[in-house]
Design a protein around this ligand. Structure first.
Ligand code: CU
Length: 474
């Protein structure tokens, strides 16, 4: 974490408390005299929870591959400074995207406050176009809701605006622009907001670990750096906090910890989020805590567009448990979607002829797509591998919205360090059967009855030639 000390040299005495009482219902003009210096983040690592240095105490959240924005207290007001700006985000090792975000990263930093806090957020616009910030889900005065044109004039490039309100409702929220949203959200402008309850809350339980992340999606051509902003549905990178597997950190917990995971969706489609090894309850949404009588157990919960979900469970089962979006295309990277299905097609001869015309043509998927994990194919620089991630046995063959919940008995409370792969107790791993196998008659033709071996005099198989990693619009 670094701060740019000289950033607001001319704006006043950074760090010095402004004097004067804050009016209860309006933005204090005094506040404008001294901006808190912006804190920037240069890394895409998961930062340890930020314990509140002042103000009311709470149990902080952990932002997956992200961080929480420090604040300063100014006459009882929590002051934050967001800087909307172009950022360089490493989405996984070997693949970097040029995005827009806040304070050096996309998504922006998580903002954590306590119910009843008076909050003042300075927003400086360093983008080439106007912006605004909407505080999704929160009860704010109408003029603080951030819809450009409706609630406020836009924040022009180079300008700083002040948002001020009381965090009235505890819960799980997010922030994002309400100005040229199609561009600004496709470029990665968004962040998480958590308002912790002031007192013991009947529906908000205390947990040992509280993870947060946003679902986002990008369309970056292989070899390119900047997302295509006109894409509506056919994105090729499905990410959590602008990271793609194997770039997404594991969620590390101690066995029997009570765990909460808060997820918000700012993509253009829904994501059924699935946890292995445990059942969870959806205990809350961006609309608030779910009444206990309305909760039911799930292992997958759909997070629709513009929605947020809070999952809670006790991590009783030791191991490395997959945690991912259940849409199969969302656990792959840099996919072109106009590739014909080749399963069952033996095109050894055809491929040879094509290769003489298209030298780097690759026969793809005649035994399914998992060959893609080991294939060395010509790819432009700065391209995310399609399916990858080394596991303890072999490649996990995943990308995109995939991570691992690591439950360990020996993990110390409050320790988020990756413990490495789980050592399965002897005799508890699936193994190969080596005894005799009886063969039913229908096994005798290749592929069973539905996919018989090519008949004689059959018309020749048509093979469409496509490069594997290309991506085209429809
Ligand atoms: Cu998904």
């Amino acid at each position: 974490m670094i701060s740019r000390r000289s950033f607001f040299k001319n704006a006043g005495v950074a760090g010095a408390a402004a004097v004067g009482a804050v009016a209860a219902t309006s933005v204090s003009r005094v506040a404008l005299a001294a901006l808190p210096e912006p804190v920037l983040q240069t890394k895409s690592d998961t930062m340890p929870p930020l314990l509140p240095a002042n103000g009311r105490h709470y149990n902080p959240v952990v932002t997956l591959n992200g961080w929480t924005l420090p604040w300063r207290m100014n006459s009882g007001v929590k002051e934050f400074h967001l800087v909307a700006e172009p950022v360089v985000r490493e989405m996984c090792e070997g693949f970097t995207a040029h995005l827009w975000g806040y304070n050096g990263q996309s998504p922006g930093p998580t903002i954590e406050v306590v119910e009843g806090d008076r909050v003042r957020v300075f927003v400086t616009n360093k983008l080439p176009e106007h912006t605004s910030v909407h505080w999704h889900g929160q009860r704010v005065p109408n003029g603080m809701d951030g819809v450009t044109g409706l609630n406020q004039p836009a924040i022009q490039p180079g300008k700083t605006f002040v948002y001020e309100f009381i965090a009235r409702r505890p819960g799980t929220f997010m922030y994002h622009p309400h100005a040229d949203e199609m561009t600004q959200m496709a470029m990665g402008m968004m962040g998480f907001w958590v308002t912790h309850p002031k007192n013991k809350h009947p529906l908000i339980e205390e947990v040992d670990r509280d993870f947060v992340f946003l679902l986002n999606a990008y369309d970056v051509d292989p070899g390119a750096y900047t997302p295509k902003i006109m894409t509506m549905l056919d994105f090729n990178l499905w990410s959590w906090n602008s990271r793609i597997f194997p770039g997404i950190d594991p969620l590390v917990v101690r066995q029997n910890d009570k765990v909460r995971i808060r997820i918000g969706n700012l993509t253009m489609t829904n994501h059924p989020i699935h946890l292995h090894g445990h059942e969870f309850m959806v205990t809350g949404t961006d609309g608030g805590a779910v009444p206990k009588s309305a909760r039911w157990p799930e292992v997958t919960t759909d997070v629709a567009v513009g929605q947020m979900r809070q999952l809670e469970f006790v991590a009783t089962e030791e191991g490395d448990w997959a945690f991912h979006c259940h849409k199969a295309h969302h656990t792959m990277n840099a996919m072109g979607h106009n590739v014909p299905t080749m399963i069952g097609v033996d095109h050894r001869g055809v491929a040879k002829q094509i290769t003489s015309l298209v030298p780097d043509y690759m026969v793809m998927g005649e035994r399914g797509m998992s060959d893609m994990t080991e294939m060395e194919m010509p790819m432009p620089d700065n391209t995310a591998p399609m399916m990858t991630g080394e596991g303890p046995f072999e490649s996990v063959a995943m990308g995109g919205m995939f991570s691992v919940l690591k439950v360990r008995r020996e993990q110390k409370s409050g320790d988020y360090k990756d413990p490495g792969w789980y050592k399965q107790p002897p005799g508890t791993t699936a193994f190969e059967y080596t005894g005799p196998v009886s063969e039913p008659a229908r096994f005798q033709s290749e592929g069973g009855q539905t996919m018989p071996r090519a008949q004689r005099n059959a018309p020749p198989v048509q093979v469409q030639v496509r490069k594997p990693v290309g991506h085209s619009d429809h």
